[in-house]
Design a protein around this ligand. Structure first.
Ligand SMILES: NC(=O)c1ccc[n+]([C@@H]2O[C@H](COP(=O)([O-])OP(=O)(O)OC[C@H]3O[C@@H](n4cnc5c(N)ncnc54)[C@H](O)[C@@H]3O)[C@@H](O)[C@H]2O)c1
Length: 360
């Protein structure tokens, strides 16, 4: 394995990790990595001296670098977390991999599927770990929803939808769909263990005339399941919700709630007998049941994600959110772009030998 992992007191690997991009999200990485026992050194890198000053004020012992090359040339650094704007991910990650560093790239992995493919191949050729910051795959609430699906508790799966709306924060390099929908696409692919076959999407620019500020996306999977995503950074109501509806149960994940983040509705509709002759008979086909709020272990998704990344480096196994998962999301995002340009016409999601089988 390329890279140099040191031994810590407990006998496990002790890592030096660089964080490139110390803006809103990069600061969380610096905090989380500094708290992990397996991390010996965290070096914060940003091209903006104001951001580095902010890091120094908040993390008094943080090591700072104003150039990416300082991280890449350092023997102390085994891995790099890339937390810069999406359009810069490909170039920075390529340089990190070529310098022999394991890489965790924030979502979306890149803004072109071709570039994501190049990164996946490069990491595999160099025997380096490539992970993507699809944080919700490490969210205990989403993992709970998946456990219900995997156990077959929902019965037959009808459909899923998500809403991710708020007033801002508005990005300048990508539109609201590329900023927000990768979360939902990664969640749906994770829940179904497969990428989708087609998308149909509409989006509009309302705040400026450059990037779409909201979008509505329908997604179809080979299994017949359909999903829907509504994203917006022009909506005064902050919503972060995923709903999964099956024949036996309906599950709601609400990321904004501080308690009862997952609710399971044990209600269902059984198809009525072929001849429904009265309202009473029709009502009989609606099955009532309990509403359960299952216990969800409290843990920080970003910390789980960083831990999985470092454990994957140490063990040589794939992280839950690996480069291919990132590539599959970007393929969907490209299809969404094409569908928006054609005002919602369904577009097939591209695949390649690097894409996991849609049927698997
Ligand atoms: N997983 C999540 O829940 C989540 C949440 C927020 C943001 N993100 C992702 O994190 C990434 C960063 O988002 P943000 O909100 O922190 O952005 P931000 O604009 O607040 O910060 C980006 C930082 O990168 C720095 N930077 C840009 N180019 C650089 C370069 N070449 N070298 C060094 N530094 C450079 C900028 O100076 C800035 O400080 C994006 O990809 C975004 O999608 C993920």
């Amino acid at each position: 394995m390329v890279g140099r992992e040191r031994e810590d007191h407990a006998g496990g690997a002790a890592f030096g990790v660089g964080v490139v991009g110390c803006g809103y999200w990069g600061l969380n990485y610096i905090r989380v990595l500094s708290e992990l026992a397996s991390v010996e050194t965290v070096v914060a890198c940003d091209e903006d001296p104001v951001r580095l000053k902010a890091v120094a004020e908040r993390f008094r012992h943080a090591e700072l670098a104003s150039e990416l090359d300082e991280l890449l040339e350092s023997d102390e650094i085994d891995a790099v977390a890339v937390c810069t704007p999406a359009t810069t991910h490909y170039e920075i990650a390529t340089r990190c991999l070529e310098a022999g560093k394991h890489v965790l790239i924030e979502k979306p992995i890149t803004t072109r599927a071709e570039d994501a493919e190049t990164l996946v191949v490069l990491a595999e050729q160099l025997d380096l770990t490539l992970a993507v910051g699809h944080t919700f795959l490490y969210n205990a609430g989403i993992q709970k929803v998946k456990s219900y699906l995997d156990n077959g508790d929902l019965g037959s799966l009808y459909y899923m939808y998500s809403r991710r709306t708020n007033l801002g924060p508005i990005r300048h390099d990508v539109n609201a769909l590329w900023d927000l929908a990768p979360h939902d696409v990664s969640i749906f692919n994770y829940l179904l263990n497969a990428p989708p076959s087609w998308v149909s999407a509409v989006g509009r620019t309302v705040l400026r005339d450059t990037n779409e500020d909201f979008g509505f996306v329908s997604i179809g999977y080979e299994s017949g399941v359909v999903a829907h995503i509504h994203v917006s950074w022009a909506d005064p109501n902050k919503v972060r919700e995923v709903v999964v509806v099956g024949s036996e149960q309906r599950i709601v994940f609400d990321d904004i709630k501080t308690s009862e983040q997952v609710r399971v509705y044990e209600k269902g509709v059984t198809p009525a007998a072929s001849e429904v002759s009265s309202y009473a008979e029709f009502r009989f086909s609606i099955r009532d049941g309990d509403i359960i709020s299952p216990k969800v272990e409290v843990s920080e998704p970003l910390k789980n994600q960083c831990r999985d990344f470092l454990e994957s480096i140490a063990s040589g196994t794939l992280p839950v959110s690996d480069g291919r998962a990132g590539l599959e999301v970007v393929r969907v995002m490209e299809a969404i772009d094409q569908s928006i340009a054609r005002n919602g016409v369904p577009v097939a999601v591209g695949s390649s030998p690097l894409t996991r089988s849609k049927a698997s």
